[in-house]
Design a protein. Structure first.
Length: 131
């Protein structure tokens, strides 16, 4: 794009110079040498400023494109991470219990079960081992 733009600009200048050659010479014939030099210098300065500005305008998107993509990736990562945090947060909230909740749950389980009588230990049940 840049190379073709430069070639196109050179072709346009050559075409302009061939079409308006007589008029430019007529302007310079009525001037003194210093006036002609001043006109040429101001024209060259204007052309340089326009060239620099057009170069900046064409290269700015290339400079900012990686930064914009990085910002987009960060935004996507933040959005994806928020979604993952919400899902993980819901799972963690459901699985975390305080000690009070655990004690209440165990009490409810033991109270709801019917109590079965444990037979008393008989003298035949020796829980000590003699070696």
């Amino acid at each position: 794009m840049k190379k073709s733009f430069l070639i196109l600009a050179v072709v346009a200048v050559v075409i302009g110079a061939t079409l308006f050659y007589d008029q430019v010479l007529a302007i310079f014939h009525g001037m003194s040498a210093l006036e002609a030099m001043q006109t040429i210098v101001t024209f060259v300065l204007h052309v340089m400023v326009v060239t620099i500005l057009s170069y900046v305008a064409f290269t700015l998107p290339e400079i900012f494109k990686p930064w914009l993509q990085a910002l987009r990736w960060k935004r996507r990562a933040v959005r994806r991470n928020r979604g993952a945090q919400k899902i993980q947060g819901e799972k963690q909230k459901a699985s975390r219990l305080t000690t009070d909740q655990i004690v209440k749950y165990l009490m409810a389980q033991t109270m709801s079960k019917p109590r079965r009588d444990v037979p008393a230990a008989s003298p035949q049940d020796d829980i000590h081992l003699n070696f």
